[in-house]
Each structure stands twice: as C-alpha cells, then as structure tokens.
Design a protein. Structure first.
Length: 108
C-alpha cells in the first residue's frame, strides 16, 4: 500500500527543490517569491505551546497545509526542514505526536 502523506525531509537550504515547502526558524530575505516557505515561530507569545495543548509548530504547519489546499498559498508536494539539531528533534516529535499532522505528513 502506498503512503499518500507528504514527505518531510531534513537537510540544507541548498537542497531545496521546486514543489517543496521550506520550513525554517530564522527569517531570511525573501528567498524565492512564489515558492512555499513557512517560518516557524520561535518566541513566546499568547497561544504558544507552553500555554495551550497543541504545539505552535503543529498549528503553523496545519494552517499552511489548509491554505495550500484552499489555494491561498503555493502548492507543495513535500517539505524540506532546514533546522538546527534541537529544531529537527522538535519537529520530528511534533510530526509523530500530533495526530492531525501525522495523518498529513510523514518523516522521510
């Protein structure tokens, strides 16, 4: 049986391919207008993951997926996560523990 979930892979910015959503923690200059980029929140704010039950990265990735499906942002067929070691560990945990994300995404 084939797995239709979107693949999430971890790597360097140089490996970013067309059709991939780029996940990053640090906002850089506009990398490529018209391509899918999601900046993951780093700072404490109202509704952050220490104040609510769902991780803010899970919320951000879910909102990005829904916006893509609705046509409000560029389509993507996979995800490239450019994160440091701690960020990659957090995203792996979120992708496993959040059932909604686990239904839409898989770690490659």
């Amino acid at each position: 049986m084939s797995d239709s979930r979107l693949a999430v892979r971890f790597g360097a910015l140089a490996g970013w391919q067309n059709g991939e959503l780029l996940l990053m923690e640090d906002r850089a200059a506009d990398l490529a207008p018209g391509r899918a980029v999601l900046w993951l929140p780093r700072t404490h704010r109202i509704g952050c993951d220490c104040c609510v039950g769902r991780d803010i990265w899970a919320e951000a990735l879910s909102a990005c997926f829904v916006a893509m499906v609705k046509g409000d942002r560029p389509n993507f067929s996979s995800v490239l996560a450019v994160l440091d070691e701690a960020g990659a560990a957090r995203l792996r945990r979120v992708l496993v523990e959040d059932r909604l994300l686990a239904a839409r995404f898989r770690v490659e």
